[in-house]
Design a protein around this ligand. Structure first.
Ligand SMILES: Nc1nc2c(c(=O)[nH]1)N[C@H]1C(S)=C(S)[C@@H](COP(=O)(O)OP(=O)(O)OC[C@H]3O[C@@H](n4cnc5c(=O)[nH]c(N)nc54)[C@H](O)[C@@H]3O)O[C@H]1N2
Ligand SMILES: Nc1nc2c(c(=O)[nH]1)N[C@H]1C(S)=C(S)[C@@H](COP(=O)(O)OP(=O)(O)OC[C@H]3O[C@@H](n4cnc5c(=O)[nH]c(N)nc54)[C@H](O)[C@@H]3O)O[C@H]1N2
Ligand code: SF4
Ligand SMILES: [Mo]
Length: 744
């Protein structure tokens, strides 16, 4: 399927990346950039995890050259000058609302607290004392109407304090960006293995002889994971890709860690086999793989009998599923599925890795269950070099979950925290991100504290997001950079933007957890933003100062918690697996969290066995013109839209407008299959309107891409104006990857 690619499309990484590196590191900021790159702290950008005590450029195995362009971009953005003292006097809200995501980010660093009150045209500067007074009032509302949202950039220490504060107040409304991201993985994996994170360490991945990579664009979003795939191919291993879209870098990838190969061969081969299913159909494809494994006698029966429960039901379901149903649902032929089953079934140690292509679906949890079932049928769990590996998003998003920032708190942590707080925790209800938006729209939320992120632009249906946030009395946005949410996601009475230090600037040490369950220690640092113009504080100081105002020394000494060493002591006492964090500052011994990496088939379930569960074949209905138009002969076509990111953006923050790898020159493009376009009478570069169930976007440029027929792709956050997204009720995650639209 990859033969009709242009050379540009055939290779990810490579020249554009090197050009960017050169531009940035040789710029006037270059020196500071190099200092930060070498600072002993975890990379700001993704959760693959690079940096820390082993040095800025090293991964946990100590291997060099593990920093990627995204890391440079993220740091460069934080090194921008601060907003000038009169910035908000000179620029009205109306002006700020006309900015794009990229323009918001380019304004510079937030450097002093500001407030916008109901009806006023400008944000105005505040003192921290005024901020704390407002917080004391806002947090005194009944706990059910107080909520937080967080994004995974902040430290474990800040995350721990955030949930401790909310729980001390009696609120379980701890929404987090992971609700929009890997919640399906956490829920599905916990159900099967009793542990919601990756069971594979970096070391384990290095021992695999096959990786099945599902719904991930790792070349753009987790670039240094590609080094592992390159090395796997070099040692004769196989890579099976499952993705409706051919992503250039998943076919061939040029990594700066392997400069000779990049130069001489134009990159390293990645995919052994590339399967392009219909979007949202992965469970059908995975059941097809299971059926074929059974038919080809490639099932590890001893493993199933000894180490799993409920395997018979899963086996029966796959056996009884009809090939016609499976192939019609996923759009792949029986032969293609059989080839993939043979390939992985003959490997000894298979890692199943995945990202948003399978979690952001209306049946996200089923996708995870069926991945786990496939791994278990082949005995690929609980041994070195094999297992299930969600590829996590933000650099410390997994740490937030570990620290208890979740509405679905683990029972054992609930007990330790309730002992610490000296009272039973409120674990009922609790708004996850989508529930928070709905509750806000109903008027049930009075106070919202956002520790990072961009709640407004990250949600589907931007109109609803604006309406919902507009019902909340007071919103606190704690951030390093201005973003769309600060100007569009305004509270009813008060909106505050509170500037904080970035990870490498904090006056104290902090920690972060990678997707591989590795805990890194971030050294303290300093900021280029200095008083008197700038007036920033750390997230830890902010949270504890607020807590002191409301709770004093009850039930913990909040001010003493400004010492992050003391926070780590409490983490060690209350978070299972994190015991070693208490001594981390002294030992500098960064560690893998215990109880999560399974190298023997004994899992974290009550009886130690994996709990298999049938995931039903999804019933997908293709969108129909009648869903969007009542005309008899409408001119146009329906598509299933996947929304996602380019390598030049980090979530809602756009750093570069174009996407060279996909040939999309700007943000307002619709990537689609040329055959689809031809049938509908569209030309490449034609401008069209894309209509969803929540809104439309006009003047969108058609770009031909390598997607399977019927599928389209657009960038988020812009595309969030279009649709209302179904959610998987088990995890609350929106189906951002299967959005029915009408193109005309
Ligand atoms: N450069 C960059 N890096 C990032 C981020 C960023 O925004 N920019 N964000 C970070 C965060 S928070 C996250 S969560 C990760 C996201 O990392 P990814 O999950 O890799 O990113 P996405 O662009 O959301 O989409 C992943 C892939 O899913 C595929 N896909 C769509 N629908 C389906 C489907 O039905 N089935 C399958 N199998 N595949 C499908 C798409 O074609 C795409 O290649 O990246 C992190 N790293
Ligand atoms: N349509 C569509 N929508 C999606 C997705 C999709 O694929 N498609 N993906 C979803 C996913 S996977 C995710 S994770 C969410 C992302 O949603 P969020 O995590 O809410 O959004 P980000 O854009 O990552 O937030 C960026 C902001 O974080 C702030 N920030 C950066 N560093 C720090 C720090 O150290 N401390 C503090 N306090 N603030 C900081 C900056 O102000 C920056 O502007 O979006 C989701 N929305
Ligand atoms: S792969 Fe992720 S963690 Fe590693 S340098 Fe790049 S952005 Fe940072
Ligand atoms: Mo994410």
């Amino acid at each position: 399927m990859t033969e009709n690619l242009t050379p540009r499309e055939r290779t990810g990484g490579g020249l554009p990346v090197l050009q960017y590196w050169a531009e940035k590191t040789l710029s006037p900021q270059g020196l500071k950039l190099w200092q930060v790159l070498n600072h002993k702290s975890a990379c700001l950008a993704c959760a693959w995890g690079t940096g820390g005590q082993k040095g800025g450029f090293r991964n946990e195995a100590g291997e060099p050259l593990q920093r990627c362009l995204k890391s440079v971009e993220a740091i460069t953005s934080e090194l921008m000058p601060g907003l000038e003292g009169d910035f908000f006097r000179r620029h009205s809200l109306a002006e700020l609302q006309s900015l794009t995501s990229l323009e918001c980010d380019r304004l510079g660093r937030l450097s002093y607290p500001v407030l916008l009150t109901e009806g006023s045209s400008h944000y105005r500067r505040l003192t921290w004392t005024e901020v704390y007074e407002m917080a004391a009032t806002a947090f005194s509302h009944p706990p059910e109407s107080v909520a937080s949202y967080s994004s995974g950039r902040s430290s474990n220490e800040a995350a721990y304090l955030l949930q401790l504060l909310l729980r001390a107040l009696g609120s379980n409304n701890l929404a987090d960006c992971s609700d929009l991201c890997h919640a399906a993985s956490t829920v599905g994996l916990k159900q099967v293995f009793g542990s919601g994170t990756s069971m594979v360490s970096l070391e384990g991945l290095k021992a695999a002889d096959c990786v099945v990579l599902i719904g991930s664009n790792a070349p753009a979003n987790h670039p240094r994971l590609m080094n592992e795939l390159i090395q796997l191919r070099e040692r004769g291993g196989k890579v099976i890709i499952i993705n409706p879209q051919i992503e250039a870098g998943l076919v061939k990838f040029a990594s700066p860690a392997f400069p000779i190969k990049s130069l001489l061969r134009g990159g390293s081969d990645i995919s052994t086999l590339y399967l392009q299913p219909i979007p949202g159909s992965d469970t059908a494809l995975l059941i097809g793989l299971q059926k074929s494994l059974l038919e080809q006698n490639l099932v590890d029966w001893d493993f199933l009998k000894n180490h799993t429960d409920n395997w018979q039901a899963v086996v029966d379901y796959a056996r009884q599923a009809h090939w016609e149903t499976l192939t019609a649902t996923c759009g792949l032929s029986q032969e293609e599925i059989e080839a993939a089953a043979a390939l992985l079934g003959h490997c000894e140690r298979v890692v199943f890795a995945w990202a948003m292509g399978v979690t952001q679906q209306a049946n996200g949890v089923d996708n995870i269950l069926s991945i786990a079932n496939t791994a278990l049928l082949t005995g690929n769990a609980g041994k070195v070099g094999a297992g299930t590996m969600p590829i996590r998003g933000h650099s410390n998003v997994q740490g937030f979950g570990s620290m208890g920032v979740t509405t679905r708190l683990r029972q054992d942590i609930a007990e330790t925290l309730s002992r610490l707080l000296g009272k039973p925790l409120n674990l009922t209800g609790g708004y996850d991100t989508r529930a928070l938006m709905d509750a806000a729209e109903r008027g049930d939320v009075k106070t919202l504290f956002c520790l990072g992120g961009n709640l407004y632009a990250a949600n589907p249906d931007l109109q609803q997001a604006k309406r919902a946030l507009g019902q909340i009395e007071t919103i606190f946005y704690v951030a390093t950079k201005p973003n769309l949410g600060h100007f569009h996601g305004l509270g009813a009475k008060n909106t505050l933007i509170l500037p904080v230090f970035a990870r490498f600037e904090n006056p104290h040490r902090t920690t972060a957890e990678s997707g591989n369950n590795f805990v890194r220690l971030n050294e303290s640092g300093s900021s280029h933003l200095q008083a008197p113009e700038a007036d920033l504080i750390s997230e830890v100081e902010l949270l504890t100062e607020i807590a002191v105002r409301i709770l004093g020394t009850e039930p913990v000494d909040w001010r003493r918690l400004q010492d992050t060493g003391y926070v780590r002591e409490l983490i060690a006492q209350t978070i299972p697996g994190y015991e070693k964090i208490a001594e981390l500052e002294q030992t500098k011994d960064e560690f893998t969290i215990s109880g999560r990496i399974f190298t023997a088939p004994k899992f974290a379930t009550p009886n130690g066995k994996a709990q298999m569960a049938v995931a039903p074949i999804p019933r997908l209905t293709a969108p129909q013109p009648a869903d969007f138009t009542d005309q008899k002969n409408p001119q146009g076509m329906t598509l299933i839209l996947g929304t996602g990111r380019s390598y030049g953006q980090h979530n809602t923050v756009v750093y570069q407008v174009g996407d060279k790898y996909r040939g999309m020159p700007h943000r307002h493009c619709l990537l689609m299959n040329p055959q689809d376009a031809k049938r509908a009478g569209f030309q490449e570069r034609q401008r069209v309107t894309v209509q969803g169930d929540a809104g439309k976007l006009e003047n969108i440029e058609i770009i031909f891409g390598n997607l399977r027929e019927g599928a389209g792709f657009m960038f988020y956050p812009e595309a969030n104006a279009l649709f209302k997204a179904k959610i998987d009720p088990r995890c609350g995650t929106p189906a951002y990857k299967r959005v029915p639209v009408w193109v005309h």
